[in-house]
Design a protein around this ligand. Structure first.
Ligand code: ATP
Length: 211
């Protein structure tokens, strides 16, 4: 199935400040997109609007032709959002964190897939240590391991490469490319260069609100 995410004339306000206006974009199956912009430009705010976690000042977000507020359940089945903190619970081990994710989402449910995901992100052998006692990069990898379990077509990722080493960035990027080649959509923010030839960039500065 082909998917489409459409942003129509989005304006975003945080506090008393309008960050950007008139943002209209369409993302389709096969799109791998990086949202670019300086610190504080509104990248995280935009991702939160796209996921439905925040409301735009004006405009609307549509998933497969329907407003996301009207197809909430389907949209959340189709979406994997990893925010800055990736939702990792520090008191649970890597294994328990992923098991919890399997329980609460429509994703690959088998235990062998869980072990494979841990192995792929380099956490095999550390699966029984509480996440809070792992390094920042290892904690980040627990969150990212979900990308190897997820069956959601739409991946929205806020700074997925933060704290990830160079080899990890390559492995992740290849995984994103595979996902979009299989009909998925990947939208991410990153302050570092993403080593992909199929990546498109959207500069948020172009939509900056000018007072
Ligand atoms: N809870 C909040 N209340 C009011 N203003 C906020 C809040 N959170 C963020 N902001 C402001 O909104 C603006 C955009 O923040 P946002 O986190 O979306 O930027 P960003 O582009 O993702 O930044 P960075 O590159 O530093 O991660 C910033 O100026 C910030 O101060």
């Amino acid at each position: 199935m082909l998917h489409q995410l459409q942003l129509e004339q989005i304006a975003c306000q945080r506090g008393d400040k309008v960050l950007f206006t008139d943002l209209s974009l369409t993302f389709k199956s096969g799109d791998f997109v990086q949202i670019e912009g300086h610190n504080g430009m509104g990248k995280t705010s935009l991702l939160r609007i796209i996921t439905g976690l925040a409301l735009p000042l004006t405009g609307r977000v549509q998933w497969n032709g329907e407003d996301i507020s009207l197809c909430r359940e389907q949209f959340h089945t189709d979406l994997l959002y990893l925010g800055h903190l990736s939702g990792v619970k520090p008191e649970l081990t890597a294994w328990e964190n992923l098991r919890f994710y399997q329980k609460i989402s429509t994703c690959e449910q088998s235990e062998s897939a869980l072990w494979q995901a841990l192995e792929t992100v380099g956490l095999a052998g550390r699966e029984d240590i509480a996440a809070g006692r792992l390094s920042a990069g290892q904690q980040k990898r627990i969150g990212l391991a979900r990308l190897w379990l997820s069956q959601a077509p739409l991946w929205i990722l806020d700074e997925p490469f933060n704290a990830i080493d160079k080899y990890g960035v390559t492995v992740l990027t290849e995984h994103f490319e595979r996902h979009v080649k299989n009909g998925g959509i990947v939208i991410l923010t990153s302050h570092q260069d993403v080593p992909s030839r199929i990546l498109h960039k959207v500069r948020l500065d172009f939509y900056k609100f000018l007072e």
